[in-house]
Design a protein around this ligand. Sequence first.
Ligand SMILES: *[C@@H]1O[C@H](CO)[C@@H](O)[C@H](O)[C@H]1NC(C)=O
Length: 333
Amino acid sequence: MTSITYISFTLSVYIICIIVNVKGHFLSTFASSVADFFICRSDECCGDTWIHQNFTGLTEQLNSKLYGQNLVVKSVVTHLKGHHKGNSCKALVLSFHGWPGTGKNYVARIIAENMYKKGMSSKYVKLISVTKEFPHEDKVREYKDRLREMIESGVKQCEKTMFIFDEMDKMPPGLIDTIKPYLDYYENLGGVDYRKAIFLFLSNTGGVDIAEETLNNWNEGKNREDIKLKDMEHIIQKPALNLKSGLWHSELITKHMITAYIPFLPLERKHVKECIRDGLIAGGYYKKRSEIPEFKVSEILEELTFYPEGAGIFSATGCKRVVEKIDYVMLDV
Ligand SMILES: *[C@@H]1O[C@H](CO)[C@@H](O)[C@H](O)[C@H]1NC(C)=O
């Protein structure tokens, strides 16, 4: 008799405990979603409202604001879409390669603006300037801890965090090891899932080789638009390049951690002219493109350096120094 009472007593305590727990769980989820609803209306949250993934906007902006980089547009949009569909078994890692001024930072910004409502100022977009954050090779140990903390706290806060590493080729050897686990196929590391994260690596690595190939193509009278992504990828992955660009490149290639290599071709005069027109309007010198006299565009263009010497086909600095040249020419009345 006593033992039956005891058993039924324990049993009911057990059941009550389950009920309370389940109810508590529902209540707390409910409470937190209500809280989210109100808080996330004004403050940035890690949900669809703030991470809006506007692929229409992304494609439109890349097509209308980025000049001479057909390979980039298609590749970037396709990979982001694929990753967004949710069947990604690892973090998305896009490696941007090309000379300064060819649009790497610009594309990173356009991605941020169309994927995150707050764009580059979103707390889920982390811009890491390698030369600024990790300038000294002898401090790698200290940097490793800092970098790990940056990535882990970022993804803990929001799985869909995007990390932009600018000047990746300047990363001190050894520090790259710290990033590797987060790029790999692990389901989770220490209870955190890194597979929804995006990593953009921006570097000049292979820029010279990409430019050479583009020039060869031009010399052979072929169309720039006919350059294949495959050919450029091949060039970026060339073993010889690893000797020049150091460890970061070769390590990540051999371990297959990079989802895609995105080549940025050197810009021709006609592309730079478009940047100049955009700059003239952005700078408030003209209201419409049709108002801009051609001679002004040419005058500004002549301030820039082109190569190869003599032929002067490609801009040595892409669209990078356009704004200062515009001011220089336009303010010199
Ligand atoms: C997506 O981008 C397009 C083009 O920039 C814009 O018209 C549209 O309002 C955007 N949609 C959202 C949901 O922000």
